[in-house]
Design a protein around this ligand. Structure first.
Ligand SMILES: *[C@@H]1O[C@H](CO)[C@@H](O)[C@H](O)[C@H]1NC(C)=O
Ligand SMILES: *[C@@H]1O[C@H](CO)[C@@H](O)[C@H](O)[C@H]1NC(C)=O
Ligand SMILES: [Mn+2]
Length: 399
């Protein structure tokens, strides 16, 4: 068409033609991302004007659904939700900005389309509806109230019917039945913390669908400390914090005793009694330094042997990664795993029934200008949803 125009008028007319013909130059409404998800990258005829570095930021530029507001009736298979709570932290505050920071660190995840080469899956195009639900409203003024808000928000999402049917077993062709205790096919929730205290209300919610759950917990710290040891418990509310929430979860019967495991542990202790208390709380342990002897393969093997084919909840403290790679966190500990090592270990969970997950303790104010920590957090979650996308939360009925 342009070839027919005379040279003299070309300049003006071409500009006009582009403005009208090319949708890429119009700003798209926030919910423009199509389902099934379509990546925004050159060559796929998708918009480029609202590209990965522009527009309003959701996790991986996924569609934003106000799941706790006017999108109450919208179904999904995996939802990202923020829990911007950091008033249970013992050292550096700031994880309330974690959800916003992780979203910023996730912008580039789909730049080339999002295909995960080692896992051979594109989680964004695996037939699942994945959305960003924004944040749970969390008050910074009252921990007890905030913890209840987080439980309520998570439960509301978890008990919504999943968008996609469970389908049939790929090997036998027989229909899959949900692995939940209530017999329902629940969606998966990926929570963006927030300090680690949020896992107590999250596990209360998980219990309502799955009963006592096996936990895989990556962290430099135990987080099973007795309140008298961690924080001194001057009040009932102070006794629930980011070092004690697993103690309470264990006391409440939320954790499967013996089939839960910590990885990347390297904290100092009040003494050996902390490990005895950790045993009683139901956890096995993998120390960060074990990677030097048994490697990532050995660590993956230990985790898989511990949780087996039980439903499992995955909680990732960004401080499991060494502060060289992820400095922006509340209680950093040197001697941790590299981002590459943690990502490899997460991919090693392929095939496990991960019912929901979180990443916590990302405090962007302590990050480098290169967004090292928020990028690491986003990439870690990319491995998590890749694993989730490969294994539906169902089994073939045994009878
Ligand atoms: C699952 O198998 C049933 C028959 O048992 C069939 O009717 C159905 O279409 C299958 N569903 C899928 C998603 O393949
Ligand atoms: C878990 O099992 C251990 C060993 O059998 C036991 O000592 C501990 O009390 C149990 N903990 C809980 C919370 O049931
Ligand atoms: Mn922690």
């Amino acid at each position: 068409m342009r070839a027919h125009l005379s040279v003299l008028v070309t300049t003006v007319l071409v500009c006009v033609a582009i403005a009208h013909d090319d949708h890429g130059h119009e700003q798209m409404p926030l919910g423009y991302v199509k389902y099934p998800y379509q990546a925004v990258y050159p060559g796929d005829n998708e918009v480029t004007a609202d590209s990965i570095f522009s527009g309003i930021t959701t996790f991986a530029k996924l569609p934003w659904v106000q799941c706790l507001g006017k999108g109450r009736n919208d179904a999904f298979d995996i939802a990202f939700i923020g829990a911007p709570f950091d008033t249970g932290t013992s050292y550096r505050p700031g994880a309330r900005f974690g959800p916003a920071g992780i979203r910023a660190g996730s912008r580039r995840l789909t730049l080339y389309g999002g295909y995960n080469v080692p896992l051979e899956v594109n989680p964004f195009m695996a037939g699942l509806k994945i959305v960003d639900c924004g944040d749970i409203p969390v008050t910074p003024y009252d921990n007890k109230y905030a913890i209840q808000q987080i439980e309520n928000g998570h439960k509301e999402l978890l008990h919504r019917p999943a968008f996609s049917p469970l389908g049939n077993d790929s090997l036998t062709g027989k229909p899959l039945v949900p692995i939940s205790v209530d017999g329902k096919h629940h969606p998966r929730i990926v929570t963006l913390g927030g300090d680690h205290t949020i896992v107590l209300p999250l596990l209360r919610s998980i219990h309502s669908a799955y009963g006592p759950i096996s936990v895989i917990h990556f962290d430099s710290h135990l987080d099973t400390w007795k309140p008298s040891v961690f924080g001194g418990a001057p009040s009932a509310q102070a006794a629930i914090n980011h070092g004690t929430y697993f103690y309470w979860a264990s006391q409440e019967g939320l954790i499967q005793n013996g089939s839960s495991i910590h990885g990347a542990i390297r904290t100092t202790l009040s003494g050996p009694a902390d490990y005895a208390n950790d045993d009683a709380s139901g956890f096995q342990r993998i120390e960060a330094r074990e990677i030097d002897k048994i490697g990532t393969d050995g660590i993956i093997k230990k985790i898989r042997e511990t949780v087996g084919d039980r439903p499992v909840y995955l909680s990732i403290d960004i401080d499991s990664i060494d502060p060289a790679f992820a400095p922006a966190t509340g209680t950093p500990e040197t001697g941790g795993w590299s981002t590459r090592e943690l990502r490899t270990i997460l991919r090693g969970l392929d095939g496990l029934f991960i019912v929901s997950a979180d990443i916590v303790e990302v405090a962007p104010a302590y990050d480098t200008n290169a967004e090292l920590t928020t990028m690491a957090a986003a990439d870690v979650l990319y491995e998590v949803i890749s694993v989730m996308a490969k294994t539906p939360l169902g089994k073939v009925a045994s009878c």
